[in-house]
Design a binder for this molecule. Structure first.
Ligand SMILES: NC(=O)C1=CN([C@@H]2O[C@H](COP(=O)(O)OP(=O)(O)OC[C@H]3O[C@@H](n4cnc5c(N)ncnc54)[C@H](OP(=O)(O)O)[C@@H]3O)[C@@H](O)[C@H]2O)C=CC1
Ligand SMILES: O=C(O)[C@@H]1CCC=N1
Length: 259
C-alpha cells in the first residue's frame, strides 16, 4: 500500500504520517507527501520519504490519498483522483463536493489527539466505496487511534463538533478553573497544577467506562457535600445547555461551510 498525504506537514497530516512510520505500518518509501511550503529534509526522523511536486504526481504514485488541507484550500487544489480511495479529513467539505475529484471518497473526522495516537476518528463512506476500501480506512486510521464507521453525513457533522474539537472544551474548562483560583489568591503554577488534576488526571477514573459518567454525577449529588453544591450551581447557571449551544454552533458552522 502506498499512501499519499496532501497537507503532510500540518497538524493532522503530520500526526498521520508520523503515526504510520512510528508504528511500522509503512516503509518510508511507501509514503508520498505534499504540502505548500515544500519538502523537508527530515520527516519524523526519516529522510527517505517521497515528496511529490504536485497533487497530480502524488495521486499517480498512491493507492490511497489523504486530504488534510484546510477546507478553504480545497477548491484551489483542484484534485483529480479517478480510481483512487480518497480519505478526507476536512471539516465542512461534504461528499458531494469531494466527488468532483472522481475518487471513491471516505470522510473521516480525527482530532488533535492524533499526535499522541489517541484520536477517535469516526468516518463515513461515499458511493462506490468497497469492503477493501473500508478495511484500508480502518488500517489507516489505526495509525492515529480508534475509529467507527457511521451511517450518514449528518452524523459526521455532529462528530465534527464533538470529538473533532479534541481538547478544546477541556482546555476552556481548565482556563476557567485556573482563573478562578488565581483570582482568589492562588499562585499561577499551583493553579495550573490544580486544573491539570481535574482536567487530565481525575477523569482517568472514567477511562474505558465513560458511560458511567451520569452515575458518577449522581453519586456526587447523593453524597450531598461541597461538590453537590457546585454541580447544582453549575446546572442552575446553564452548564449543560451552554456546552450544547457551543456544539450546535460548531455543527451549524460545518454545515454553512458546505453550503
Ligand atoms: N486540527 C484539528 O484538530 C482538526 C482538523 N480537521 C481537518 O483537517 C484538515 C487539516 O487540518 P490541520 O492539520 O489542522 O491544518 P493545518 O493548517 O495544520 O495544515 C494544513 C496543511 O495543508 C498544507 N497545504 C495547504 N495548502 C496546500 C496545497 N494547496 N497543497 C498542498 N498542501 C497544502 C499545509 O502546508 P504547509 O505546512 O506547507 O503550510 C499544511 O501541511 C482541515 O481540513 C480540518 O478541517 C479535522 C478535525 C480536527
Ligand atoms: O476547528 C476546526 O475547524 C477543526 C475541524 C474540525 C475540528 N477542528
Amino acid at each position: 500500500m502506498k499512501v499519499g498525504i496532501i497537507g503532510a506537514t500540518g497538524w493532522l497530516g503530520s500526526a498521520l504520517g508520523g503515526g504510520l512510520l512510528a508504528r511500522g505500518m509503512l516503509q518510508p518509501r511507501d509514503l508520498l507527501l505534499l504540502n505548500r511550503s515544500g519538502p523537508r529534509g527530515d520527516y519524523h526522523g526519516h529522510g527517505d520519504v517521497t515528496w511529490a511536486a504536485s497533487a497530480g504526481e502524488l495521486v499517480a504514485g498512491s493507492d490511497l490519498v489523504v486530504i488534510s488541507v484546510r477546507p478553504q484550500d480545497w477548491p484551489a487544489l483542484d484534485l483529480r483522483a479517478p480510481g483512487r480511495l480518497v480519505v478526507s479529513f476536512m471539516a465542512g467539505v461534504g461528499l458531494a463536493r469531494l466527488g468532483a475529484c472522481a475518487g471513491r471518497i471516505v470522510r473521516a473526522m480525527p482530532n488533535a489527539a492524533a499526535e499522541i495516537g489517541r484520536s477517535y476518528s469516526p468516518w463515513i463512506a461515499g458511493p462506490g466505496v468497497t469492503d477493501a476500501d473500508r478495511a484500508a480506512t480502518r488500517w489507516l486510521l489505526s495509525a492515529i487511534g480508534t475509529e467507527d464507521e457511521l451511517g450518514d453525513e449528518g452524523q459526521l457533522d455532529l462528530m465534527t463538533a464533538v470529538p473533532g474539537s479534541g481538547a478544546a472544551y477541556p482546555a476552556l474548562m481548565a482556563v476557567a478553573l485556573a482563573d478562578y483560583l488565581c483570582r482568589n489568591g492562588i499562585g499561577e503554577a499551583v493553579a495550573w497544577r490544580a486544573a491539570e488534576a481535574v482536567i487530565c488526571d481525575a477523569p482517568l477514573v472514567l477511562a474505558g467506562r465513560i458511560d458511567r459518567a451520569r452515575e458518577m454525577v449522581d453519586t456526587y449529588l447523593g453524597y450531598d457535600g461541597t461538590t453537590a453544591a457546585g454541580i447544582n450551581a453549575a446546572t442552575a447557571a446553564g452548564f449543560g445547555p451552554s456546552l450544547q449551544a457551543a456544539l450546535e454552533a460548531a455543527v451549524m458552522k460545518a454545515r454553512q461551510m458546505d453550503a
